[in-house]
Structures are given as structure tokens and as C-alpha cells.
Ligand binder design. Structure first.
Ligand code: AMP
Ligand code: MG
Length: 320
């Protein structure tokens, strides 16, 4: 891990290069320091969860340098257009339908067809995002369960060697996470309060529901009646399977002679990062109409395998 001060063109260029090549870069925003990775590269995104030791896959916020970049990954309606024109750049994250051909990894959206997007109000952050040239998924740059970092020293203390580069840019000014507003349904819903106040939003687009709370960094279950913040397969999921029963799709991991239609290998090499990157796409592909279920072989319960198994257990849990 290296730390560079952000006040030079060379630092911005280096950050952009590392991000484009699948590395992890911590950079300041006006809210907290983020841990960024190329949102179109599933393996790079998997490294975020590994570095933070996050025990579960929560959807991540995608950071963009300008509204044009946001419109390449998300579908804006009139409400979103008004809010972006008025409150961006700023600590407001919008949840919008994901654009076709957005290129965003399923691991970023936890398999959902919505995407969380924001434009930070921070010159250095936007310069890095512009230089990277790809949308950047970035949760807070702290180990899971610890407080969010507001200075570069917090990032190096917490994540150390797990991050390829820390771009130091002083203390962050807002210090708490962005407001999250869900605009994917007919009625806007506040999922997380933040520095952009609900009243500011309501003065622009009218009433919003306040009932929501987001799944949180550690994946607290969402309250009943909320929009699901995770993709869940329709077909029943059976864990630690040895083989598929008739009518089941088999999801497997590691060297496996079983191949072909009906078999999806998360990583033939037995690479857990690759498996994490492929997980949601595999669940979606396995969830075919007409099949009776999804059988999943054992996945090692270590490193990012913990988060993979957490997600699989949730998918296998009885539904109400
Ligand atoms: P963090 O990255 O720690 O700031 O947390 C981002 C939060 O945004 C997560 O806790 C998620 O619940 C929420 N989020 C991101 N994307 C979505 C989405 N597509 N739908 C619902 N919530 C989302
Ligand atoms: Mg966080």
C-alpha cells in the first residue's frame, strides 16, 4: 500500500491507472473516504468485500464524475433529473433503474436491476473518477463494523496492505454518509438520512416516504414491507449438495468434471474472488423457469467465501 498526496496531476493519474487495471484506491469525498474499484470489473469489486472483510454482499454506490456518466449507467426520470440538476454534486445517492448495457457488475447491485449512483462534491474525487474513465463502486474505506474514515490515516490504520493506493486529501468535510433516495418505484423513498435533508428533496419533487432504512454496512435485515435490497432466486436453493437431482441446476466451484447445460461453475480455478464476481449472475442464470431448483456444492467458508455462503444461505432460507 502506498499513500500519495492528492494535490498533483501525477497522483490523479496513478489513481486512475490502478482503478482501470482492477486495483483498489482509497480517495476522499465530501462525506467519508471511499474504497474504490472499477464497477464494471466483478473481480475488482470482489476485492472491496475482501479488503473490508464484509461478511455479506450489500449493493454498493457507484461514483461518477458528472451527470453524463451517471446517465450511461442509470435511467433518469424527471424527478431524478431535477434532483441531479439541483443537488449534484453533493451527498445525495439516487437509486434508479439500471441502464441496459450499463456494464455494471452484478456484484455491485447484488443482482438487482437498480443501481445506486452519486456525484461527489469533491474536486479531487471527481478528478480521479474522470481520469479512471469507468464508473467506480466505492463503499466507505473501513473494515466492516468499524466507523467510517474521515482522514487518510484512518484508512491506512484500518485497511493497510489491502488497498493498493491511498490518495490523501485531508479531512472530509461532511463526515457522514450520503443521503440515499430510492427513485426506482412510483413513490420516492428515503433509505438513509444524510447531509442532504429530506425537506430539501421534498421542496423539489414533492412528498417522499420516510419509512425505509437501508440494509446498512453489515447487512441488517430490512424491515418488512421494504423493497428487497437483494436479488433472491424464485427456485428453491439446496446447499452443500453433492450433485443435482432431476430438474435442478447445479452451481459448483473448483475443478469439476461436470460441465455443460445445467451446470454453472463459479470458478473452475477454485478462486474465491472470481466466484464472488460470478455469484449473482450464476444465481440469475440458474433461476430458469421450468426447473425445480438450484443445487449448490460446498464453497470454502473462508475469506470472501464467508460472504458467498452468507448470500447462499439467505437464498436457501425458507420464504414466507
Ligand atoms: P455504503 O456503500 O456503505 O455507503 O452503503 C451503501 C448502501 O446503499 C447499502 O447499504 C445499500 O443498502 C444501499 N444500496 C446501494 N445500492 C442499492 C440498490 N440498488 N437498492 C437498494 N439499496 C441500495
Ligand atoms: Mg460504510
Amino acid at each position: 500500500m502506498a499513500t500519495v498526496t492528492g494535490n498533483s496531476a501525477a497522483a490523479v493519474q496513478k489513481a486512475g491507472e490502478i482503478l482501470r487495471s482492477g486495483g483498489l484506491v482509497s480517495f476522499p469525498t465530501e462525506t467519508v473516504y471511499g474504497l474504490g474499484a472499477d464497477a464494471t470489473n466483478g473481480r475488482a469489486v470482489a476485492r472491496i468485500f475482501e479488503a473490508k472483510k464484509r461478511p455479506s454482499f450489500n449493493p454498493l454506490i457507484v461514483h461518477v464524475p458528472d451527470e453524463k456518466a451517471a446517465r450511461q449507467i442509470a435511467i433518469f426520470d424527471e424527478r431524478a433529473s431535477i434532483l441531479a440538476a439541483t443537488l449534484w454534486p453533493g451527498p445525495l445517492t439516487l437509486i434508479l433503474p439500471k441502464a441496459q448495457n450499463s456494464g455494471i457488475s452484478d456484484l455491485v447491485t447484488a443482482g438487482l436491476d437498480t443501481v445506486a449512483v452519486r456525484m461527489p462534491d469533491h474536486d479531487l474525487a471527481r478528478a480521479i473518477l474522470k481520469e479512471a474513465g469507468v464508473p467506480i463502486a466505492a463503499p466507505s474505506a473501513n473494515p466492516s463494523g468499524r466507523v467510517s474514515p474521515t482522514a487518510p490515516g484512518h484508512v491506512s490504520d484500518g485497511l493497510g496492505a489491502a488497498v493498493d493506493l491511498i490518495v490523501a486529501g485531508g479531512r472530509t468535510s461532511v463526515g457522514i454518509e450520503s443521503t440515499i433516495l430510492d427513485l426506482s418505484g412510483p413513490r420516492p423513498r428515503l433509505l438513509r438520512p444524510g447531509a442532504v435533508l429530506a425537506a430539501d428533496i421534498e421542496s423539489l419533487i414533492g412528498p417522499i416516504d420516510h419509512g425505509g432504512s437501508d440494509a446498512g454496512d453489515e447487512g441488517r435485515p430490512t424491515a418488512p414491507g421494504q423493497l428487497p435490497s437483494h436479488y433472491a432466486p424464485h427456485a428453491p436453493v439446496r446447499l452443500n449438495a453433492q450433485s443435482a437431482r432431476p430438474g435442478e441446476i447445479l452451481i459448483t466451484f473448483g475443478p469439476d468434471l461436470r460441465k455443460g447445460d445445467g451446470v454453472i461453475n463459479l470458478s473452475e480455478k477454485g478462486d474465491l474472488l472470481e466466484a464472488a464476481a460470478n455469484l449473482f449472475a450464476a444465481l440469475i442464470a440458474a433461476d430458469r423457469p421450468g426447473m425445480s431448483g438450484i443445487a449448490v456444492t460446498e464453497i470454502p467458508d473462508q475469506g470472501i467465501g464467508l460472504a458467498i455462503n452468507d448470500r447462499l444461505r439467505r437464498a436457501a432460507a425458507p420464504r414466507s
